[in-house]
Design a binder for this molecule. Structure first.
Ligand code: PRX
Length: 664
């Protein structure tokens, strides 16, 4: 099938027509690139070159796409797996690659970000503007004592200053540690404490759907006593609340910029200089500080952004709706797009404020050509209805992307028909915080797509499936691994090499990266990601560890024990269900439930709040005392129970089943 022949307006007005169109497309297994789609970037040469010699391929891309101070002579050093290095003797500066080289080429007036505020404010930030602010902030950070290798925390909403903050760190070799704005200040504290952050860049207050919450005051209360944290830089945000400032420690961002010198030449840094730490959830309560370095990471972000989305910096207007606080924002809002010199939209607000059509309004207003979002967002838009996108002209769109979780075929088709007007290729990009950039994904307009499959490895990437015993699986289900190093892979877990090796490279040896996902390979060699095989829950494309949520719950004085599992959820992919045993003879009621949910929001963030709390007198445990989450998942999802013979006390399950049966 080459073209679904669905026009933009078909079925949008009439729900029954749309349903019928989607229903009829459900039987289409494969969508070949439409003849009407004109790809701008040829890819055949890349595939062939990467297959023939992956290292030579990456070396050529690193020369072509990046600007170097000192050219590299080494490509991959794999003499000490899994501690790989790439281009190690080369020197470059990442902010120079994202800014100076575009300005030097006469593209300073090109818009880097069309920033759109929640209340409809517009700010146009050019490459020259970004460069000017980045230099001043870099000098400002230096005046606060920040040196190459020091960690700088960033806790900001979706405003251009977040990109400036990251780029200013990169300019002077400081290592940024961005924390998602939706996380609680206590989570910020933990991440600053373990990384010994010297400076934190934050905001006075953050807006969300018409309300402004104080951020700086909350940061003071949680982080004020951190010994390593010498300074807090405060952006006066769009909500402009003002903030308590401690003399000698706190400084306003705009004052720092106003007094800083305007020129800050980019510091040449080694290709393997640490660029950032980004904390992500693992299978223990302690988040993992994923460390990325300079050249390999930038190459991955730059190359894949171009190749996957078929980006033409001269004509495309690109928008990734993620938050900069996640890896998607790092690679595909900041580094990839800026390195490629493309014009992006940056949106501050929520998808349903002021109305459910805001995203589509922005696409129409800025004539967005490439749009990248998450399956959970698409499912939410489906719930709101096609009439919201139907209000707007979306004909500027040419490529659509998704990321974060498997996309169900129905959502894929809706995206294809309602948003893409049947003509835009959809790229379902599979990757992780650890991988730095997309590894398995269609190339827009090149790869035939199958709804629900991330399709094929990108050039230079070698994924494979293994059985539990490490045998290769050529067709069927297995454990997803990557068998060769790639430039944008994580280098280690911050200050924890041992955990790095143990988490990713112990199961099948030091040169096989274990992803943590299960996947299926079909007869065409297409990958279908099934989901996590560790204790990680994926809520709306955000990774949360069961252990982290459990430890937050048991920190509440009323709780004796807790076990957290994921339950299938139509909207968010997975939802958190907590089985909680209360201390003493306290029994669970609605007030306690609300209190516990609030407690988790305070300790981790709202996205970690359990959807359901099930009060349990006891939890199912093995004879050695390990909680059997598998059985709890069966209960939460209303399935018949799996094997209970290894339980210490099988009666526990009977009691729980009886309880949930009545509660549902
Ligand atoms: O389980 C996979 C899922 O998200 C995990 C990585 O989460 P995180 O590090 O937070 O990064 C998310 C954004 C890159 C993976 O192990 N995942 C990500 N993309 C997809 C996906 N699952 C299926 N299809 C995808 N396209």
């Amino acid at each position: 099938m080459t073209d679904t022949g669905v026009s933009v307006s078909t079925g949008l007005e009439n729900v029954a027509d749309l349903e019928a169109t989607l229903e009829s497309l459900l039987s289409v297994e494969r969508f070949d690139p439409s003849a009407a789609f004109t790809r701008r970037l040829p890819m055949d040469a890349d595939r062939a070159a990467a297959e023939a010699d992956p290292n030579a391929f990456w070396a050529r891309k690193a020369e072509e796409l990046l600007t170097w101070h000192t050219p590299f002579t080494q490509v991959l050093d794999d003499s000490n797996p899994p501690f790989y290095t790439w281009f190690a003797d080369g020197m470059l500066n990442l902010s120079e690659n994202c800014l100076d080289r575009h300005v030097a080429a006469g593209r300073g007036e090109r818009v880097a970000f069309h920033w759109h505020g929640e209340e409809g404010e517009r700010r146009t930030v050019t490459y020259a503007d970004l460069l000017a602010d980045t230099q001043r902030l870099a000098n400002g950070l230096r005046s606060l004592g920040v040196r190459a290798g020091d960690v700088v925390g960033i806790f900001l909403p979706m405003i251009p200053e977040v990109a400036v903050a990251m780029l200013a760190c990169a300019r002077i070799g400081a290592v940024h540690n961005v924390v998602f704005g939706g996380f609680a200040p206590s989570a910020v504290r933990e991440r600053m404490e373990v990384s010994d952050a010297k400076v934190l860049i934050t905001v006075d207050g953050a807006r969300r759907k018409g309300r402004t919450a104080p951020v700086k005051a909350a940061v003071d209360a949680e982080l004020g006593d951190l010994p390593a944290l010498g300074h807090i830089v405060v952006v006066s945000g769009p909500g402009g609340t003002g903030a308590p400032m401690t003399a000698g420690r706190d400084v306003w961002y705009h004052e720092l910029l106003a007094t800083a010198a305007p020129d800050c030449p980019p510091e040449p840094l080694s290709a393997e200089h640490p660029l950032f730490i980004l904390y992500s959830s693992g299978s223990t309560a302690k988040p993992k500080g994923i460390l990325h370095t300079t050249a390999g990471y930038l190459l991955g972000a730059t190359y894949t952004h171009r190749a996957v989305f078929d980006i033409d910096p001269d004509t495309d207007v690109y928008w990734c709706s993620a938050d900069v606080g996640w890896i998607t924002g790092h690679s595909y809002i900041v580094y990839g797009p800026l390195s490629n010199g493309v014009t992006s939209v940056m949106y501050e607000g929520a998808p349903d404020y002021p109305d459910y059509d805001i995203w589509w309004r922005l696409i129409e207003e800025y004539k967005v050509t490439v749009f990248y979002t998450a399956p959970t967002a698409i499912r939410t838009c489906i719930k709101w209805g096609a009439r919201y996108p139907g209000r707007h002209d979306l004909s500027s769109l040419r490529v659509l992307g998704t990321v974060g979780e498997p996309i169900n075929p129905k959502a894929w088709l809706w995206y294809h028909v309602v948003i893409g007007g049947g003509r835009c290729p959809i790229v379902d990009t599979w990757w992780q915080t650890e991988t730095g950039s997309a590894l398995i994904s269609p190339l827009a307009g090149v790869t035939s797509t199958k709804p629900g499959s991330a399709t094929l490895p990108l050039p230079g990437i070698s994924p494979a499936l293994l059985s539990e015993d490490g045998e290769p699986v050529t067709e069927g289900t297995g454990i997803l691994v990557i068998t060769k190093p790639w430039p944008s892979m994580l280098r280690t877990l911050y200050k924890d090499d041992e955990r790095f090796v143990k988490t990713y490279f112990s199961r099948f040896g030091p040169s096989t990266y274990v992803v943590g996902d299960a996947a299926r390979l079909d007869a065409d060699g297409y990958f279908w990601i099934i989901g996590r095989i560790d204790d990680v829950i994926n809520v709306s494309g955000h990774r949360l560890s069961t252990a982290e949520v459990e430890s937050a719950i048991v920190a509440h004085e009323a709780v004796a024990e807790a076990a957290v599992v994921a339950q299938y959820d139509e909207q968010t992919g997975q939802a958190i269900v907590a089985f909680v045993t209360l201390a003493g003879d306290r029994s669970g009621d609605e007030a306690t439930e609300a209190e516990l949910r609030e407690h988790v929001a305070r300790r981790i963030g709202k996205l970690a709040r359990p959807r359901r709390i099930i009060w349990a007198d006891d939890l199912p445990k093995t004879r050695s005392g390990k909680i059997m989450r598998r059985l709890l998942r069966d209960i939460a999802e209303g399935r018949e129970l799996g094997d209970v013979t290894t339980l210490r006390d099988p009666a526990v399950m009977a009691a729980l089943t009886a309880k949930v049966g009545t509660a549902r």
